[in-house]
Design a protein around this ligand. Structure first.
Ligand SMILES: [Zn+2]
Length: 102
């Protein structure tokens, strides 16, 4: 019984550690229970911190989730939930372009 409680306790620690690294706490808790807290913890440590699912807020330069519509630090609203690699701005807009006169 003590082993089971220890197992659960360690799995909870893995979940909390996952949450502090910007990952799904419950998912990691379940993973740690299933594959063992030790393996779960090692796997979590092997993962890059924060992962690739963050973008930098243009207003406050804080890291927020890619799919966030609103910055949780400053409240900046993102236009669309687009991934971070934005296309470069066009060299000219259609307003600058004068169509050829026929
Ligand atoms: Zn912000």
């Amino acid at each position: 019984m003590e082993v089971f409680l220890l197992w659960l306790g360690l799995a909870i620690i893995v979940g909390v550690a996952a949450n502090s690294r910007g990952r799904n706490a419950f998912g990691w808790f379940v993973l740690a229970v299933v594959i063992s807290p030790l393996l779960g913890g090692l796997l979590l440590l092997a993962m890059p911190r924060g992962g690739l699912d963050v973008k930098v807020c243009p207003e406050c330069a804080e890291k927020v989730k890619v799919f966030a519509r609103k910055c949780r630090y400053c409240g900046h609203e993102f236009a669309i939930a687009n991934p971070p690699p934005l296309p470069p701005p066009p060299l000219f807009t259609h307003r600058d372009y004068d169509p050829p006169v026929r």
